[in-house]
Design a protein around this ligand. Sequence first.
Ligand SMILES: [Zn+2]
Length: 286
Amino acid sequence: MSAAPLSGPRPPRRIDLGGVTVDLLQIGTFRSDAGAIFGPVPRTTWEPLVHAEIDAASRLLQSLNLLHVQTSEANLLLETGMLAAGNTQQDEVVHSVSARDALLAARIDPDALRYVLPSHLHRDHAGGLVTSSGAAAFPKATIVAPQAEIDAVASRSARARAAYDAPLLQALFAESEPEPFITERQLLPQVELRLLGGHTPGSQATIIRGSERTLLFMGDLFMRPWQANPRWVTSYDDAAWVSVDAKAAIFAEAATEQWLIVQSHELAAPVGHLVADRDRFRFVAE
Ligand SMILES: [Zn+2]
């Protein structure tokens, strides 16, 4: 077995949707237990798919993928990566720069962002909302999140307490209150937000419509290409049944309309589209 090494930031990739540009920033990598990511899928099925990628502890190599979106009206950031840049966390090794530093390195002004949209508020998506000293990393931007996700952070459930960095997020939200929505929000003429749930109570999808192409980003409901099968959900999904149904519905829409999709944790080929395949879908990289 040869394990792929951790690596830091990669050069951004620009995607032109027609009147809207999207910069894919891969700000670093971390390792996750493969069995937990494959959830209900037996090891004999998943192992051949990732044998070159997993390390001796059976951990996958995961990328931290962020999207910087420029429309005619506003600049947005989807995802913020992790807080603990370059550090070893309890159960995972991380090699990453902060979202703010990644934007600066790409010559993007972090203070020109109007909105910051984490797909959900788990550590590897919301960690970059704050700086290493605990201050707001994007003080001029508005954080938008489903009310269900904001409520989940405050939940007394032991599962929520393990999944969210609640003290850090609650201190941040006390200073810069997020703008909540319930099920859907048309944030800008080209940008639509939809509550999907499943992975977390408030996992959201962002749909960006350019004049030539539509792009879908749905956080950890689609982190790696094999999850094009709606039934392949992670052990971290709070409500697997909700995830499977939400994925099946939005994947059908994405496949029919040939939407471009960017995956949240795929390193090598995170951009592509879905093709219907029997009772599931197949991801085709572009
Ligand atoms: Zn994640």
